[in-house]
Each structure stands twice: as C-alpha cells, then as structure tokens.
Design a binder for this molecule. Structure first.
Ligand code: ARG
Length: 583
C-alpha cells in the first residue's frame, strides 16, 4: 500500500506535467505545524515559476496563478476519498486537507492492530541479509558489539515491518592465527597455579569462561616477551588447526562453545536471535574451505596483482587503497573470508533470492575496509551498487576515554547490562530498554557520550520515558469504566479539532517507517515516537478523556489513546524494547 504522501506526490506530479509540460520535477510535501494550513503543503508552484520559459511565465503571470491552474487540474486527478480539499494560499502555496474518512480509516486500522499500511514492499520483491553483532570467540563481547547487536537487530525488525523478507546472520570471529596462541596457552599455561584443577575443569564450570580465555591470551603475550620461541609454537598450532588436526580442532571447538555459551546469555537478555546456520550464524571458520574458489575467480577475472609476494586487488579508480587477499606467506585474511561469505550469500539463490541486499552492521572504524570490500564485489559483478550496505555505528565514550579492549581496561558488557538494570531498580525491561533507546535515538554513526543520568531520565528523550508514555495509555483504559468501542466512527464529532490534529500525527507513522527502512536508519522511529508521546501528553492535558463533553468525543479520545499506545508499542517492538503495562 502507498502512503498518503506518495499518493499525493504522484497526482501532484501528473498535474504539474499537464499544466506546464515540464517532466523532471520533484514536488516536495511539507507538513505544516498548524493544520489551518492543511495537512500537507507544497511550494512547488513558487519553485517552478522561476524555472519556466518566458512564454509560460507570461501566460501564468505569477506563481499564484500557476498554483491555481495546478489545483484545478488536481481536482480532476485526486481521489476524494483521500483528500477533502485542495486550495491555494498566500503567494502560491498549495494546501491539501485530508478527508476525514481517510484519517478515520487509518485510526480504525491502528485500533485493530492492522499494520498493513507500513508495508511498502513484499517479501518476494525485497530480501535482506542483515549481519550484526559478530563478536570474536575467546575475546570479550565489547560495547561495540553491543551497539552492533542493538542497531542491527532494529534494522532487521524495521525491514521486516516494512514488508521485506529478512535473514539475520552473525559473522562470528572464530578463525585466525590467534587461535594458535589460544591453543598453546590452553595447553601450557595453568589457570590454577597450584595445579589442582585443570584448565578444562575451570573453563567447563566457569560462568564467564571468556574472562579465563582472555586471561590465557594475555598471559601468552606476557610470556612471549621473554620466550619469543612460543610464538613459533603458536604458529605451528594454527597450522595444525588449518590442516584439520584432531587435537587442535577439539580445543578450538571448545573455545567456540565456551564463548558462545556466554554470548548466548547476552543475546537472551537482549532478546536477540539469529536465523542462519541454526541460529548460530555463519562464523568466519565456516568459510575456511570456501576461499580457494574466490581466489580462482579473482585470478580468472584478472583482478589480482602481486606486490612484494602478496596478492592484492588494486582500487585506483575508486580512490581506495588496494585490498590484500593473500599475505606473502600464503595466509588468507579477514577480507578473504568476507569475500567467501558474500559469494556464498549471492550463490544461495534458493534461500536468499536473486538480489538480496546484504547489510553489515559494523563500527565506523571499518568504513574504509567495507568500501574496499564492496568495490571488489562490484568489480566481480556479484552485487550492484545499493545491494551492499555498511550501517556503521560510532563509539561509546566513557568520560572522554575511548573504550578500548586492547589495553587491559576492558569494560565487560555484562557489567554494563547489570549496572543498567540495577539503576532501573532491578527491572530488566527498563534497564535494557534504556540502553537500547540511548543507542538508537540518534543517527547510528554518531559517537555516544555515555551518561547514566541521561539514559535513565524519566522526563527526557529516554527509554523509560517512552515506556511510561505507553503504560499511561493503558492506565487511562483501566480508569475508563466502559471500555473502548472497537468500531471507529465514520466522521468526526463536532469540535474535534485537537483530535484531528493528533490523528494527523498518527497517520505519519507509516511514512516514518518507510523513510527509516529506506535509509536503514531506525533513529527516525525514535524521533517520531518521542514527538508522538509529547504531542499526546499535551493532548491529554488539553482534552479530558474520561470526562469528555459527549459520549462520541469520549469514544474518539479513548480510541486515539489506544492508537497512540498501539503505535508506541509497535515502534518500540521494532527497536527491540519491551513495554510494561504498569510503571
Ligand atoms: N568480528 C569483527 C570484529 O569484532 C566484526 C565482523 C564484522 N563483519 C564482517 N563481515 N566483517 O571486529
């Protein structure tokens, strides 16, 4: 279904073409704050008049006259079921007033939880693989991974709400030379110096095994400073792992399982799940044996060049540094596995269709890398521009210090989650919801200065504020002695002006979803929901709901309250934030 805006824009376009014979115009619609100026308004006549050839300028004389002509054409074109009135105002504004029936029919839909107006596309037309979270095995789940998890999940939910078919993948960092070190350390460095408990014992029973694995890794590097020969042993362990040596595989698999157990707990708390590879996601290791064909294809398409023994794809035309796919010692890289991943995705037509959009939610620090990766994939002809998307997030800054896990000052993610819940008086829904809203309320690429007071503020642009706005809608119902009628009236009762205004705001929700989906930008939902909650707040103070002057007005206000509550809940659900019936 088309949104009201797109329907109006379309007829406006046709009318302008008929009146002026001008083709390439893009009329824009505004939503005037004051509904006296209509529900939508366009300044296209004024913009257009300036560009008219002289003979047309002479014919129309002024922008207002041009607007009048467009409007009389619009009257022929536009459906009365949508627009009640089109008029010219001032120097040539064209104002549209929506029909009451169109507004009320939207209200009816939302009261009945019918969200079909949000679907701009169908699953057959649009498929997306959204890849997010992607933490590294045997390393801490960082706040960067938290951001990726929250934002990526919201993008996936958003596309689904807009009608896409969505696959959720987790590109776990479960391969690389570091596993050689990990295996060496696991076998040679005791976690319990007294030697009473084996490393395996300790890791099996640990509630946070990643902490122990990280400890082994740190210990390895400490020892390597004085005993550099263990680096060589680590390399040979990685070689054994690559060659499929059983012992190496067994220990690697254990590291994966221990880490996943811990990550799974985080996903559970966040209410996040993946759909690929039985819900685990396709980690880097899955592509171990799928890189050779990529190299072969790159060679065949003459995209590989040797430089100092390494194999690279040069990207001079794209003004990007070359992308290395094979190191001079013959080893593959992160990029080689990413290429294999995206080849696998595009070839898996029976699952992902012919033209999936592949979205990677990864920190902005990898921006240039993803530009290189996409450029290579376009050169290979695997994807077309627009089909590869990097949704990037900025950093969390804790009191001005860049969060870093490299240099020991690790911030453990579960500690952050626990702290949020503690500060929300033990409520998991409020604490986690607050963190999520804080992550999603501004454009993802921006950095966030982490501030608990802002995150949990009851009276600002926060998760708890939105949850409270929702709970208050429900509390109004609880107080209404007679319930709300599910059937919405066909016309507005007399004096229903603030009601019409609020409903106008509600009808913008599908457009917000469409824009957010188009831009892969869930923060538009936050901006909208917050302003909806504020508008409902002033409505509530201005128009008594339970003590309305008449029964039809009382019903309408209750229905609007329900529609506001349903919309907030629906939007929060997309953002992955739970609602509470009481707060
Ligand atoms: N594991 C990587 C990291 O922690 C992120 C992976 C992102 N996804 C990808 N396809 N490269 O930095």
């Amino acid at each position: 279904m088309n949104s009201v805006t797109s329907q109006i824009t379309k007829v406006l376009h046709t009318s302008i073409r008929k009146v002026t014979q001008i083709e390439n115009i893009n009329p824009e619609l505004e939503k005037p704050a004051d509904s006296d100026h209509g529900d939508y308004s366009s300044n296209c006549a004024m913009v257009l008049f300036k560009q008219l050839p002289t003979e047309l300028k002479d014919r129309f004389r002024n922008p207002r006259q041009l607007a009048e002509e467009i409007v009389s054409e619009l009257h022929q074109q536009i459906s009365e079921s949508i627009v009640k009135e089109v008029s010219v105002a001032g120097p040539g504004f064209i104002n549209f007033r929506l029909s009451d029936a169109a507004l009320l029919s939207y209200l009816q839909q939302v009261v009945g939880q019918d969200w079909s107006a949000l679907k701009v596309t169908s699953p057959e037309e649009s498929t997306a693989i959204v890849e997010y979270s992607s933490p590294n095995i045997a390393k801490p789940f960082t706040v960067g991974h938290l951001r990726s998890t929250i934002i990526g999940d919201a993008v996936a939910n958003l596309l689904q709400a807009a009608g896409w078919q969505v696959f959720r993948d987790n590109h776990l960092g479960d391969w690389g030379t570091q596993f050689g070190k990990q295996i060496y350390a696991y076998l040679n460095i005791p976690l319990d110096p007294s030697g009473q408990r084996s490393n395996e014992d300790i890791l099996n029973s640990s509630s946070a095994p990643v902490k122990e694995l990280v400890q082994l890794y740190v210990e390895f590097h400490k020892q390597a400073e004085t005993h550099p020969e263990i680096e060589e042993e680590a390399r040979s362990w990685f070689k054994r792992l690559e060659d499929g040596d059983q012992e190496a595989r067994r220990i690697w698999q254990k590291c994966v399982d221990w880490s996943l157990k811990e990550f799974q707990r985080i996903y559970q708390r966040l209410g996040v799940h993946f759909t690929e590879n039985d819900g685990r996601g396709y980690g880097e290791s899955f592509f171990e044996d799928k890189m050779a064909p990529v190299i072969a294809e790159l060679k065949e398409k003459k995209l590989l060049q040797e430089s100092e023994g390494a194999q690279l794809v040069f990207l001079e035309e794209e003004h990007l540094p070359p992308l290395m796919v094979i190191k001079k010692d013959g080893a593959t890289l992160y990029a080689t596995r990413d290429l294999a991943t995206d080849k696998f995705r595009k070839e898996n037509v029976s699952r992902y269709g012919k033209h999936p959009v592949v979205i990677n939610e990864v920190g902005a620090e990898q921006s240039e890398y993803f530009q290189q990766l996409f450029a290579v994939e376009y050169k290979l002809g695997w994807y077309k521009p627009g089909q590869r998307v990097h949704v990037k997030h900025g950093l969390y800054r804790f009191q001005d210090r860049k969060m870093s896990t490299r240099k020991g000052n690790t911030i453990w993610l579960e500690d952050v989650l626990d702290e949020a819940v503690k500060r929300a008086d033990g409520s998991e829904e409020i604490g986690i919801g607050a963190l999520k809203w804080n992550d999603l309320k501004r454009s993802a690429h921006l950095d966030i200065i982490f501030n608990w007071d802002e995150i949990l503020a009851m009276d600002g642009n926060s998760g708890p504020y939105m949850q409270y706005a929702y709970a208050r809608c429900l509390s109004i119902f609880r107080k209404a002695e007679q319930g709300v009628e599910q059937a919405v009236a066909q016309s507005f009762p007399a004096a229903a002006n603030p009601e019409r205004q609020l409903l106008r705001k509600l009808t913008q929700y599908p457009e917000v979803i469409q824009r957010a989906a188009q831009e892969y930008a869930p923060h538009h939902i936050c901006t909208y929901l917050f302003s909806l909650a504020q508008e409902f707040n002033s409505f509530y103070h201005q128009a008594p709901i339970l003590k309305a002057e008449s029964e039809p007005l009382r019903q309408l206000r209750l229905q609007l309250t329900q529609a506001v509550g349903n919309t907030i809940q629906h939007g929060l659900q997309i953002l992955g934030i739970q609602t509470l019936d009481r707060m």
